[in-house]
Design a protein. Structure first.
Length: 190
């Protein structure tokens, strides 16, 4: 009975929401860098050295990852890679979606070759977009400093300070989501 209920809860949690896109970003890695970023990631399981980053893990019928959960260790590079510290990433692509989950555009951010390393127009516009109504999901636009707080070890006490509207609550909620994902076995033991 317990296993059946757990399986039913898991199935409900995986129901696709039509208004939520499956992914919001893509990383193109140097050959072999995926394995270095996450030794537990099934090397060669995706097409080439590209990973799509989304709100949850999605795999094909053979079990090969198609979309990697944003909380997975290898996904940290999506938030933290810079021209100075690339984490093995050659390029990052951010996708824009409408409220109806329709692709509205994308922006490539090469981390090698010529360029000024500034934040892309899409990301800047999304961060600066006026806020109204319920709190927005920031998982696609988490900044490196925020990601450090979100992914801090479980036994680290954090004090997040900032002016109104700077993302303190959003960072806290994403930290909870991250810890529930990364420490699920430890937290379930009591």
């Amino acid at each position: 009975l317990f296993l059946r209920q757990a399986r039913e809860r898991r199935a409900l949690a995986l129901v696709d929401l039509p208004e939520v896109p499956l992914f919001f970003g893509r990383l193109t890695f140097e050959p072999g860098a995926i394995r270095a970023a996450d030794p537990h990631h099934p090397a060669g399981a995706t097409s080439g050295d590209r990973l799509y980053i989304g709100r949850r893990h999605v795999h094909d019928g053979a079990g090969r990852p198609m979309v990697i959960d944003w909380r997975a260790p290898v996904s940290a590079a999506f938030y933290r890679a810079t021209r100075d510290d690339r984490h093995g990433v050659l390029a990052r692509r951010r996708y824009g979606f409408s409220a109806a989950a329709e692709l509205t555009g994308y922006e490539d951010e090469p981390l090698t070759g010529p360029g000024d390393g500034r934040t892309g127009d899409y990301l800047a516009a999304e961060i600066e977009r006026p806020r109204s109504g319920p709190m927005r999901d920031i998982v696609a636009t988490i900044q490196p400093e925020q990601d450090e707080l979100v992914r801090a070890p479980l036994d680290t006490t954090l004090c997040v300070q900032g002016a109104p509207g700077t993302g303190k609550t959003a960072v806290g909620l994403h930290r909870i989501a991250y810890l529930l994902y990364s420490e699920r076995e430890r937290l379930s033991r009591g």
